[in-house]
Write a protein that binds this ligand. Structure first.
Ligand code: C5P
Length: 400
């Protein structure tokens, strides 16, 4: 799941399972979340602030004050968070939480938190089975917290039984399921067809004409539309992007002609079409069957125009809401509006190569959106957040 914009507070207490938190943090960061980690003083015997802060990309706190005398505000961190995870949660930390024994930064932060709290206990099997732990877990549940139960298996003591902290993947999935359940399914029942990435036009068996498109914008749009409950069909040229959401139907193509054919396999069923692919405008007229030898000083390749996929979608539009992209270097607004008209679009997203951070290879983008009657300008943002803005705008138009 794409976790961009999500704020996750992780509190680490002192147990050997703390080493697994590195993997959890790395996973959250990779998926775009912001992670703030805090530790109990004892947790520092198991993991270092350096390793945790390197992965979380933020300073890690274990005390109310830093050495330079600044206050590490437990209130600010608690109110910042969308979720708080206590992992590993030792028997001692669990007991302090449910009894309000506020003697360290983790407990003070926990007691200031208004967000959902997830607890991943970890302890030896007899401690886990002890009536006091059982009662404390019940108390935590009665506060509305979510327990991610310890698993069965080998424990650090050498004993075998229930007490191992849940694996990072299980904790991550619990958190993702939670976020997913809170995302409004505003595109439920809609089918969204998206083109993404570059196209490669073969010259011979080893060479092609292509471009620098990373495919990131289209993949972000696909993830976001899928999270909003849409059925997503993503038709992508060659890219190294990976999908998080398993429900997205990905069709890989290479050339513009293949992309065109694939698009029209699904066009009738689409409610929304978004063309974010950077389609090559021309392709070699003939594709050499053997590798072209470098015999001459000059080589001429005759190029012929590729089909304009989006214009064809516009010409054949029946009920679809059509969104195009324009990447311009001059007369940006005029050109974008011209394409809106010429390709029979409902909306066009303009990114100007003159804006730093916008365009092809960056992880960020700065856009303006135009319809026949409206214009809206956005700040420079991550492509994941730009995808949210684009779909918010599409939704607002569909409601009209
Ligand atoms: O005309 P131009 O290439 O600037 O238009 C850009 C928009 O048209 C993008 O949305 C792009 O995905 C789409 N396009 C297309 N097929 C082409 C060229 C562009 O779908 N052959």
């Amino acid at each position: 799941m794409n976790l961009s914009g999500k704020k996750i507070l992780i509190a680490i207490s002192g147990g050997i399972a703390a080493y697994k938190i590195h993997f959890l943090i790395r996973d959250f960061i990779k998926k775009g979340a912001e992670v703030q980690a805090i530790m109990t003083p004892d947790a520092e015997n198991f993991v270092t602030k350096l390793s945790i802060s390197t992965l979380s990309k933020k300073p890690v706190y274990s005390d109310f004050y830093s050495d330079n005398g600044t206050w590490n505000s437990h209130v600010e961190m608690a109110l910042w968070a969308d979720v708080m995870i206590i992992a590993p949660c030792t028997a001692g930390t669990l007991s302090k939480m449910v009894h309000g024994m506020c003697d360290n930064l983790v407990i003070a932060t926990y007691m200031s938190a208004k967000c959902p709290v997830f607890i991943a206990p970890a302890m030896d099997l007899d401690m886990y089975a002890h009536p006091s732990t059982k009662r404390n877990l019940e108390l935590a549940e009665s506060f509305g917290h979510i327990i991610i139960p310890a698993e069965n298996g080998e424990l650090a003591s050498g004993l075998v039984g229930q007490g191992r902290m849940s694996e990072p993947e299980t904790i991550a999935k619990t958190i993702e399921d939670f976020f997913n359940s809170t995302t409004k399914k505003t595109l439920e029942g809609k089918t969204v067809l998206i083109t993404a990435g570059p196209t490669y036009e073969a010259i011979d068996p080893v060479r092609f004409i292509g471009n620098h498109s990373s495919g990131k914008m289209g993949f972000s749009l696909a993830e976001e539309a899928s999270e909003r409950g849409a059925k997503v069909i993503l038709i992508s040229g060659p890219t190294s992007q990976k999908l998080q959401n398993k429900n997205i139907e990905l069709h890989k193509v290479t050339s513009a002609k293949e992309m065109l054919h694939k698009v029209f396999e699904f066009y009738d069923m689409a409610d929304i079409g978004i063309a974010s692919a950077a389609v090559a405008d021309y392709a070699p007229k003939e594709v050499a069957t053997e590798k072209i030898k470098k015999n001459d000083d000059n080589l001429t390749i005759e190029l012929v125009k590729n089909p304009d996929i989006l214009k064809t979608m516009g010409d054949k539009k029946t009920h679809q809401f059509l969104v195009g992209f324009a990447l311009e270097t001059q007369n940006e607004e005029e050109n974008a509006k011209g394409k809106l008209e010429k390709k029979n679009l409902d909306m066009i997203v303009l990114n100007s190569l003159r804006d730093e951070g916008a365009g092809f290879k960056n992880d960020t983008n700065k856009i303006k959106i135009f319809t026949q009657t409206e214009k809206k300008e956005f700040e420079l943002k991550s492509k994941d957040d730009v995808a949210k803005d684009i779909l918010d705008f599409v939704e607002s138009q569909l409601l009209k």
